[in-house]
Write a protein that binds this ligand. Structure first.
Ligand code: ZN
Length: 280
């Protein structure tokens, strides 16, 4: 995964307008911006608005406003264009579909009619901190799918294979397919690409050289490495940030309304006060 010498650094901010941005997201984005700036690189803003039921136009507007207020500047994005657009995921469906067709044609994916409840019922209690239960393989071919039920497409992981990468902050990482994560959805039953596929296709086609994001996505990086390989794409480097927690150690999430950038702004705090002590 080493980059070619002289290759220009390209980083990205990838907010999802499903709510107001909160200070936890902002701190991760700040690290992304600092790392791009330190390398004289380009920063891309990508609007991750695939979830049509949860993404709202007013959140998109608030997202731009909040990011600018806090001191973010990007060189490519939905508002300013650029050579690798469009930069809103909802406008990129053909690109995802082409990648999905490629996976299908190469036999990497299979149809699955399991609901979320089916998967939860079929597995033993998930271990604490896991991002999703390990898919028990119910629909792996050859298998009988439930007829007439909405079907998604899952990527079949190579059971037992270790996916290793060197994280820019945490060093050597390794996850075992089939043990640390199972077959994952790449195309949803409602005909929308799943996060894992969209993000890989976007980071590759936007020529991102380093992905900076929260450490809750470490395991997703292992999944995504499989997609890069299956699609014949070169993966970027990865830098996973520590997540902000509140005083009781609970992770900040979007539902912590009082920590949204808008609410904080209303209290009169200045951007540089808010950024005090953030790791560069
Ligand atoms: Zn299934």
């Amino acid at each position: 995964m080493s980059r070619e010498p002289g290759e220009q650094y390209r980083g990205r901010l990838a907010p999802s307008p499903t709510g107001l941005l909160h200070v936890g997201h902002a701190r991760t984005f700040w690290t992304a911006q600092e790392r791009a700036a330190a390398r004289g690189g380009t920063l891309v803003l990508r609007n991750e608005d695939l979830d049509r039921s949860r993404c709202k136009p007013e959140f998109v507007a608030a997202m731009f406003e909040d990011l600018r207020w806090l001191g973010f500047r990007w060189q490519e994005g939905p508002d300013c264009g650029g050579p690798f657009g469009p930069y809103s995921q909802s406008e990129r469906l053909e690109v995802y579909r082409a990648a999905f067709e490629q996976l299908k044609a190469s036999g990497f994916v299979y149809l699955c009619t399991c609901s979320r409840q089916d998967v939860l019922r079929a597995v033993a209690a998930p271990h604490a901190g896991e991002d999703e239960p390990i898919y028990p393989g119910t629909c792996r071919p050859p298998a009988k799918m439930a007829p007439g039920r909405p079907a998604s497409w899952r990527f079949r992981v190579p059971d037992g294979e270790t996916l290793a990468f060197v994280d820019g902050r945490l060093g050597a990482q390794a996850f075992v397919a089939g043990r640390d994560f199972g077959d994952f959805v790449v195309w949803r039953h409602d005909d929308v690409p799943a996060y894992q596929l969209a993000v890989v296709v976007d980071d590759a086609s936007m020529r991102i050289t380093e992905v900076v994001r929260g450490e809750d996505l470490l395991r997703s990086t292992a999944r995504q490495l499989l997609l890069y390989r299956a699609l014949g794409l070169k993966p970027p480097e990865f830098y996973h940030c520590q997540l902000m927690t509140d005083d009781s150690g609970v992770r900040l999430a979007k539902r912590h309304d009082s920590l949204s950038l808008q609410k904080l702004r209303e209290t009169g705090v200045r951007p540089e006060e808010l950024r005090e002590g953030w790791p560069a």
